[in-house]
Each structure stands twice: as structure tokens, then as C-alpha cells.
Design a protein around this ligand. Structure first.
Ligand code: C2O
Ligand code: CU
Length: 456
């Protein structure tokens, strides 16, 4: 079977078993939970300054071959930026790439002019130039940053890293780990395949690599003292690959999705991460080795192994308290969506393209949303490909799938829409400005699959 056949077969299988639609229930979906907390309520923090240099680098693979990557500060992933809620983050980006670049802070509700979409939020940062990003994250959780310029090449070459916002008032876990999962398309000669945005990848489900790495390494081992209370933050940084982590012999609890705390923790073996998605899972480290594999389409990639190491620790097994500062405004959800987006395969000037409402960026329409209100959009996938749709600047909840009301029990910034599927999302418009909405498969986004939201 070709990869696409596998995906389609899998899509069918999943829609029959329901396994792809996590925790969908037919229960009445209420409005998103109110809990309005604004930046004003944050504890006073420090100013945390970082510098990120984007430049070509050579990365040695575990087998000794080298890949020509583009990296922040010479490593893939780039350095993890860890700050406390209330801190002000200042990042100076220096561009030493041969082409313009920008950084997007995925999932962080930054001021509009810090959001990193070239031409929309800022001018591209030219080679040799610098740009300083400054924002105060209003939410604690697992976020990430990546290039938002020609992502099909710049992300694929390695321009990404994680941004973790800790809540200083939380009793943290004993062990706090981040796994950034990515895949690479490596040629028979062992080099990075530089045929970015290949016709097949653009016209299908994007570029799927043949080497899967976690924090830049194939199947790393994480030594952890048994008995430790562990928080593992998983980020899917792939251009296109969808992952479904399976923990051998362990039932970790998902405590956060896309950075924000879930209503009720659920089994970490049941979550599918599209490109852009994150989950935090929490568990007590057992006395035995736990292999973590990607179970998405049967390719059997190992994401990593948790290895008991050192003296047993006894810890409070109770989960960390739910994180505050999840800002959701009060509001009610209309049964009919306020806006409809169709997701379509197009041909523009004889080239394959992807559109929302049959238009491609920059020729997109602009949907006006009221600040502080909740508005609903229906995402209708009329194509044969999958599309993880990402909304910048705001969070949303999935409120219906194929017309059936659902309550996932968590908030997202990215949702996977399967071929033929229609998903209703309720967007909590909390950040003013014009924001990008797009498919997070980089080859689709670069082929036009993006539109605009105007919150005001
Ligand atoms: Cu993670 Cu618009 O991107
Ligand atoms: Cu897409």
C-alpha cells in the first residue's frame, strides 16, 4: 500500500472505531468554561532575555552521517526557553540564513505585532539583520517557537524549539521533560533531501520523513528515578507527520493539551498529535522500562524509552493542581456556525494549491470577530488530504464533529480535520488584531492554505 492508501485506510478505520476522535461524547457541549483571568492578574515576574541566531549548521546523525540543517544557536531543536508565568520574554533573533526569516510563538497569546507572520505581523527579517520579540505570556504551559517563513523548508531544516512557561505557584513534578518529535527525509546517500515542497508532498499529506527524532536524536533514553512524579511535554514539530504515542505498560494522564490544562485528565495512550499539537502527560515512573512508540500508521517508530535509574523516590502521587490563568471569556455557543471554511484542493496558474473557501493567501477573506466574545466556525474538509488547522492568537474548543455536538474536555490551538469531515470550533477571541489561520502541514500552508481573522 502507498502511504496515502495507508492514511486513507487508517482514516476509515479510525472513523469506524472512533479511536481517532478522542473522547468524543454525545454529551451536551456547554460553552467553554469561564475563568477570566487577564495579564493584570499575573504575578510580577522578571525580564528574561534570550538570543537566537538562525544559521546553517551541520548536524551529526547518530550513525555518523551529517545533515545540512538550519538551526537556532546551532542545535536542533533550538534551546528550550523556560520562563515563569508573569515574566517578560525578550528574544533577539539574528538572521544568518541566506534568506529572510521570522519567528512565531505557537500557542502563546502574544501581542499581534510579535506573532511572526511575515507581511502580516512584521516585515521579514532580512539576512544579516535582527529583530527583537518581546511579550509576556498570559498562560502557563507547553508552547513552541518556529520559523514562520517558507516553513516547508525552514521548519523542515530544523528551525524550531520549545517554550515552557512554568507557574511559580504550582507544586511542580519531580522530573519535567520535553520531547520535541520531528521527522526527516533522508536520501539513500544519507543527506537531507533538499527537494522541499515536492509535487507529491504538496498534492498529498505533506512531507513525511523516514527518520523520526525526539530532541534531534533517534529514540533517546530518559533515565528517571522510579517513583518520581514525571511531567512529559510532547511537541509534534513535524512538517506533516501525525503521531499517536503509545506507552508500553503505562497509563499516563494527559493533563494539558496545546498548553492549557484539560478539564479532567485522561489516558495518554489515546491522543493523536497533529503537527503543532502538544500534550503534557503525567505519571509516576515505574520500576520497569517503558518504551514509547508512535502508533499512528503502523510504521513503528520509537519515540523514546523511559528507563528506571537510581534510587527509588517516593512522591506524592496526586496530580499537580490544575493550572490557573486559563483565560476563557464567558459566552454561549450558537448552534449554527458564524462562519464556514471549506478546505479545498485547487489549481492556481497551473500549479497545485490549497485553499480555504477556494482562496489562497494573500488573496484570503477576513473574518471579523468580536473581542471578548465566542464565535464559531465550521471547518469543512472537501479534499482527500488531512489538514491540521491552527488558529493564531486565540484558543478554541471543538464543539461539533460532522454535525454532532461533542465536548472534548480541553482547549486547543490546532485541530486535525480528516478528509470529508466537518468540525465546528468555538473561538475565544481574547487578543485584538489580524491573525493568521492556516493548515499546519507546512507544504499546504506554503501552497496557500491560510486565511485571516480580525479580532476587534
Ligand atoms: Cu505553528 Cu502559524 O504556526
Ligand atoms: Cu493541509
Amino acid at each position: 500500500m502507498t502511504r496515502r492508501t495507508v492514511l486513507v485506510a487508517l482514516a476509515l478505520a479510525l472513523s469506524i472505531t472512533g479511536a481517532g476522535l478522542l473522547r468524543w461524547s454525545l454529551a451536551e457541549a456547554g460553552p467553554p468554561a469561564p475563568g477570566v483571568v487577564g495579564v493584570e492578574a499575573l504575578p510580577d515576574g522578571a525580564i528574561r532575555s534570550f538570543s537566537l541566531v538562525a544559521e546553517p549548521a551541520s548536524r551529526t546523525r547518530p550513525d555518523g552521517l551529517e545533515l545540512d540543517v538550519w538551526a537556532y544557536n546551532g542545535t536542533v531543536p533550538g534551546p528550550e526557553l523556560r520562563v515563569d508565568l508573569g515574566d517578560t520574554v525578550v528574544v533577539e533573533l539574528a538572521n544568518r540564513l541566506p534568506e529572510p526569516t521570522t519567528i512565531h510563538w505557537h500557542g502563546v497569546r502574544v501581542p499581534n505585532d510579535m506573532d511572526g507572520v511575515p507581511w502580516l505581523n512584521q516585515d521579514p527579517v532580512e539576512p544579516g539583520e535582527s529583530f527583537t520579540y518581546e511579550f509576556r505570556p498570559p498562560d502557563a504551559g507547553t508552547f513552541w517557537f518556529h520559523s514562520h517563513t517558507r516553513g516547508a523548508e525552514q521548519l523542515e531544516r530544523g528551525l524550531y524549539g520549545s517554550l515552557v512557561v512554568e507557574d511559580p505557584r504550582e507544586v511542580g513534578p519531580d522530573v519535567d521533560l520535553t520531547w520535541m518529535v520531528d521527522d526527516w527525509l533522508v536520501t539513500d546517500a544519507g543527506a537531507l533531501d533538499v527537494n522541499f515542497s515536492a509535487f507529491h508532498d504538496v498534492t498529498h499529506n505533506g512531507r513525511w520523513g523516514n527518520v523520526v527524532t525526539t530532541n534531534g536524536v533517534v529514540a533517546p533514553q530518559a533515565p528517571i528515578a522510579p517513583g518520581s512524579h514525571v511531567r512529559l511535554r510532547i511537541v509534534n514539530a513535524s512538517n506533516a507527520r501525525v503521531i499517536a504515542p503509545i506507552f508500553d505498560g503505562l497509563v499516563p494522564r494527559v493533563t494539558s493539551v496545546d498548553g492549557l490544562a484539560v478539564d479532567d485528565p485522561f489516558d495518554g495512550n489515546e491522543f493523536v498529535l497533529a503537527p503543532g499539537n502538544r500534550i503534557d502527560v503525567e505519571f509516576v515512573m515505574p520500576d520497569s522500562v517503558v518504551a514509547v512508540d508512535d502508533d499512528f500508521n503502523g510504521e513503528g517508530y520509537r519515540l523514546g524509552t523511559l528507563v528506571p535509574h537510581g534510587a527509588r523516590r517516593s512522591t506524592d502521587v496526586s496530580a499537580a493542581p490544575p493550572r490557573p490563568f486559563v483565560a476563557m471569556s464567558d459566552g454561549s455557543v450558537a448552534p449554527d456556525p458564524d462562519h464556514v471554511y471549506t478546505l479545498d484542493f485547487l489549481e492556481v496558474d497551473g500549479s497545485p494549491a490549497w485553499g480555504m473557501n477556494e482562496r489562497t493567501l494573500p488573496d484570503a477573506d477576513t473574518w471579523m470577530l468580536e473581542l471578548g466574545a465566542i464565535s464559531t466556525a465550521r471547518l469543512v474538509n472537501r479534499s482527500q488530504a488531512i489538514h491540521p488547522i491552527h488558529v493564531h492568537g486565540q484558543f478554541f474548543r471543538v464543539v461539533a464533529v460532522d454535525g454532532i455536538v461533542v465536548d472534548e474536555g480541553f482547549t486547543r490551538d490546532t485541530v486535525l480535520v480528516w478528509p470529508g469531515q466537518s468540525i465546528d470550533i468555538a473561538i475565544d477571541a481574547t487578543a485584538p488584531g489580524t491573525w493568521l489561520v492556516h493548515c499546519h502541514i507546512q507544504e499546504h500552508a506554503d501552497a496557500g492554505m491560510a486565511t485571516l481573522l480580525d479580532v476587534g
